[in-house]
Design a binder for this molecule. Structure first.
Ligand SMILES: Cc1cc2nc3c(=O)[nH]c(=O)nc-3n(C[C@H](O)[C@H](O)[C@H](O)COP(=O)(O)OP(=O)(O)OC[C@H]3O[C@@H](n4cnc5c(N)ncnc54)[C@H](O)[C@@H]3O)c2cc1C
Length: 455
């Protein structure tokens, strides 16, 4: 039995506490979170803004009571202000009462997550400028979507969250401008074979997509509310602004641990930081990225919940439960584009200094003798010398998502497999679902010059 302190109780912290106490009820677990709610699924915010999800409260899957029933002592609205890793003590302040407390630990699970990057430009204090992360933000953003006075919306940052919100406000009948400093949307995950089409679909919908533009300030109107955003490409109307320009790990409290330049805590496959008895999970952690061959910060709920299971299992001496690597697997479903990627895009691989080649293959998903067929595209990125797979992207255009094929390609990346090893993977064929040489196998055979299946 150990005394375990958990700092931060959202996805990573909840997963760790559930695992810890389900495996061994005898631990003394003390948990702190500065927020007043836990387990809010931010991935559903855009869906509630558009109205696809009717009740924002459905985006919670746990609560304080559940964790207390398991045996944890949970302090909500309580900010951890100091961690002394020599004395093995955590100091926290209740944000409602002002009371402070200090508790010791045998093991510390650090799950303080991340916070939206604030890019501090002039007039950021005007009303109706928000970030998008918490339940509280979601509640406001949903209200704004239904406010008739909000006619134009500017979203800054054309990553996943920005594009999803652009689509959601567009569906609510708002005039939407989506701005990004980069020349392409989601450039970290997808190459032009997919982003060109997505950008065209965004523009065709009527959303004003402004790429390669730097936001330089906000312009206020009446009552201290934002009225326009100012960019180096001109000004755009905005009764509401949502800043979606990335997340920074909350790791200032752990000064002595090894970190990446962005502050993410370097962890091993057991989620241990370089400080004894301190585990870091979720958005605070930098995990070994198998495509890159080095630690990277990939802030996704998928990594958060797995990290919680691993850290807790390690504390419970279930040593085989580990997370040796990630591949950065992700997906997005917007403007009729169902996209998934894993590993590195070709652009990202080259930016990492890797010598890569790629194979892009577009086909119908099923044999043409079937009544309806849908287009699907795949791009594989691989090391020029070894033919090791380092990235894969799948675009599925129709009603049938084929994005889950990315799962086996992500495993291939995690296991360091090469294209020849993957070429003869034993996949099924059934006309209802795919072709004898399906699109993934075909992309591999194309890369290897084995294209004899094509007429
Ligand atoms: C809009 C949106 C959409 C997303 N969509 C997806 C998706 O589709 N798929 C996906 O995989 N991921 C998605 N993500 C990412 C995912 O939500 C994060 O990776 C995940 O929340 C990380 O969980 P976490 O518990 O590590 O960190 P967080 O969710 O950031 O939670 C950290 C917790 O720590 C608390 N805390 C921080 N500092 C302190 C302190 N000093 N004292 C006490 N408490 C503290 C915070 O209050 C918070 O509750 C999305 C994120 C957002 C914002």
């Amino acid at each position: 039995m150990a005394k375990v302190v958990v700092v931060g109780v959202n996805h990573a912290g909840t997963s760790a506490i559930r695992t810890l106490l389900s495996q061994n009820k005898n631990h003394e677990v003390v948990a702190f979170d500065r927020n007043n709610n836990i387990s809010f699924l931010g991935c559903g915010i855009a869906l509630t803004v558009s109205g696809v999800v009717q009740n924002v409260n459905d985006l919670f899957y746990s609560n304080c009571n559940e964790l207390e029933t398991l045996g944890a002592e949970v302090h909500m609205s309580t900010d951890v202000t100091k961690i002394d890793t020599d004395k093995k003590e955590v100091t926290a302040k209740n944000l409602e009462t002002g009371n402070e407390m200090t508790v010791g630990y045998d093991k510390l699970i650090y799950a303080a997550g991340s916070w939206p990057v604030d890019f501090n430009i002039p007039n950021s204090d005007l009303d109706n400028i928000y970030v998008c992360k918490l339940f509280q933000h979601a509640a406001t953003l949903i209200d704004k979507a239904n406010e008739p006075g909000i006619e134009s919306v500017a979203i800054i940052g054309a990553g996943y969250i920005g594009i999803e919100l652009a689509e959601a406000y567009h569906q609510k009948g708002k005039k939407v401008t989506l701005v990004d400093l980069q020349e392409r949307v989601v450039p970290a995950y997808f190459d032009t074979e997919f982003t060109d089409r997505l950008q065209a679909d965004i523009r065709r919908s009527g959303v004003n997509l402004v790429l390669g533009a730097r936001v330089t300030g906000y312009i206020g109107g009446e009552n201290g509310q934002v009225k326009q955003i100012e960019t180096n490409h001109g000004n755009y109307d905005a009764d509401l602004v949502i800043q979606c320009v990335g997340f920074k790990p909350n790791t200032d409290l752990l000064e002595d641990a090894e970190k990446l330049p962005n502050g993410a805590l370097v962890v091993d496959s057991c989620m241990r930081t370089t400080v004894p008895d301190v585990y870091a999970i979720g958005d605070t952690a930098a995990i070994y990225h198998s495509a890159v061959g080095a630690h990277r910060h990939v802030a996704l709920a998928t990594n958060a919940v797995k990290g919680g299971v691993v850290a807790a299992s390690q504390i419970n001496e279930l040593y085989t439960v580990q997370l040796p690597s990630i591949a950065g697997t992700n997906a997005i479903c917007v403007f009729g584009n169902m996209l998934a990627s894993t590993g590195l895009s070709e652009a990202a691989a080259r930016a990492e200094g890797m010598n890569v080649l790629s194979s892009f293959y577009v086909d119908n998903d099923r044999p043409e003798f079937m009544n309806d067929v849908e287009e699907v595209g795949v791009k594989l990125v691989y090391d020029k010398e070894s033919l090791r797979l380092v990235g894969a992207q799948i675009g599925s255009y129709g009603n049938t998502p084929h994005t889950e094929c990315i799962f086996y390609l992500s495993l291939a990346i995690q296991k360091g497999l090469t294209l020849p090893e993957l070429a003869m993977t034993d996949v099924y064929f059934l006309p209802h679902f795919n072709k004898p040489f399906n699109f993934v196998i075909s992309a591999i055979l194309q890369a290897l010059g084995l294209t004899y299946m094509k007429g």
